[in-house]
Design a protein around this ligand. Sequence first.
Ligand SMILES: Cc1cc2nc3c(=O)[nH]c(=O)nc-3n(C[C@H](O)[C@H](O)[C@H](O)COP(=O)(O)O)c2cc1C
Length: 183
Amino acid sequence: MVRYSKLSFRTLVRRYGCDLAYTPMIVSDSFVKSVKARDMEFTTNPADRPLIVQFAASNPKDFADAAEIIAPFSDGVDLNCGCPQRWAMQEGYGAKLIRTPGLIKDIVRQTVARVPGFPVSIKIRIHDDLRCNGCQRNFEQSSNVCRVSLNSSAMCHRLDRRVFSELKSLPAVLEYLRVNYNI
Ligand SMILES: Cc1cc2nc3c(=O)[nH]c(=O)nc-3n(C[C@H](O)[C@H](O)[C@H](O)COP(=O)(O)O)c2cc1C
């Protein structure tokens, strides 16, 4: 979480048994371009593993460049496709991406090709009404993206916590997990 899950927070939660920690969302564009931005946004140490670094990106090159830089210091990258903040949407980041599943697919594919064997995941929000046509289509298409990323050795797919508190989404989520993960 932005402003929260930095190194000190990750160190604390690992002490209490957290197996896998994520960085806050880091904007890939400035991370790639500026050493100063990198030093400000990302700090780690040898005990800070396993670690997934989450980036905001609006195109395959920025995300793949960032993944290439961070690969030696982490265990995977996560593409934020859920941030609903206005500034992020205006830049084409976060929840804006979920409306263009083809772009997500390109971002994942190019990153897996550029950094072979390095896990890539995406974080999405499930829309309130999964039954509405547009949302259902988006959901299915983003599921395909996840299948693609899993087939290309990407690691995992996170579902937002909110999904589990929304009863009306539950049947669709359970079906998704059953089909994709045999759960
Ligand atoms: C202050 C704040 C910062 C957040 N930063 C991130 C982030 O960097 N990356 C991310 O994937 N989600 C981020 N989130 C979303 C949370 O991780 C979580 O998915 C969400 O809060 C849970 O459901 P909600 O929609 O009820 O808030 C943030 C949420 C808040 C409130």
